[in-house]
Write a protein that binds this ligand. Structure first.
Ligand SMILES: *Cc1c(COP(=O)(O)O)cnc(C)c1O
Length: 208
């Protein structure tokens, strides 16, 4: 799939999204080769982490993060995909400082400008990236987005392309990663340069 569109497979990483799944199911996925876990909820993540922290996997946070949960997030996660405000960035920086960590983050962009979606508006991304990059204990690695849903995955392609173009404009600010693509549209996202695909259903089956 990666080679088909001229990409080195090593540059595309799979984040296994385990929301609503039990630690047992997550463990099975790890045994089957998953090495990055994507968590949506801090409470669920803490439960999984308690049971699975001895496994050699990387923990990523992909859900909406409330400022008052930042202290837990910096303890568990190697990468937080969903920074969407300066307020959250400041709190993560403060909590990371307390434990002597440099926290890697992505900035979440509301690429379809939907009222139902989280993320900073496309024309405010540069400012948030630069403000966040100015904080001592955070490193901005790239951008993340959840585009609008279409039955036809071809229609989502321009949204992925827009996110890539935004990232390209900020390469000089050190941004390289693109977290985009889920079960229904990861192939399109890979064509448009995704470096993290976040897959739940195709790994764990349908959620209730
Ligand atoms: C649930 C979720 C996914 C995975 O979705 P699937 O369609 O099950 O692959 C990816 N990213 C985020 C932010 C999610 O909440």
């Amino acid at each position: 799939m990666a080679r088909e569109c001229g990409r080195d497979p090593e540059t595309i990483r799979l984040v296994a999204v385990s929301k609503t799944k039990t630690p047992d199911m997550v463990m099975e996925a790890i045994e089957a080769g998953v090495d990055i876990l994507g968590e949506n909820y801090i409470q669920e993540a803490r439960e999984n982490y308690d049971e699975l922290s001895s496994y050699p996997v990387s923990w990523h946070f992909i859900g909406h993060l409330q400022t008052n949960k930042a202290k837990y997030a910096v303890r568990i996660f190697d990468l937080i995909h969903s920074v969407d405000s300066l307020k959250l960035a400041l709190e993560l920086d403060k909590q990371a400082k307390k434990i002597g960590k440099i926290q890697d983050v992505l900035i979440q962009v509301n690429i379809g400008k939907e009222s139902s979606k989280k993320g900073v508006e496309p024309d405010e991304v540069l400012k948030l990236v630069q403000d966040t990059a100015g904080l001592d204990n955070l490193t901005v690695k790239g951008l993340m987005a959840m585009p609008p849903y279409f039955d036809d995955p071809g229609k989502v392609r321009p949204f992925f392309a827009n996110l890539r173009e935004l990232r390209d404009k900020m390469k000089k600010d050190g941004l390289s990663d693109l977290s985009m693509g889920m079960t229904g549209d990861f192939e399109t996202a890979i064509h448009e340069g995704s470096t993290f695909v976040r897959i739940g259903t195709a790994i764990f089956g349908k959620r209730n």
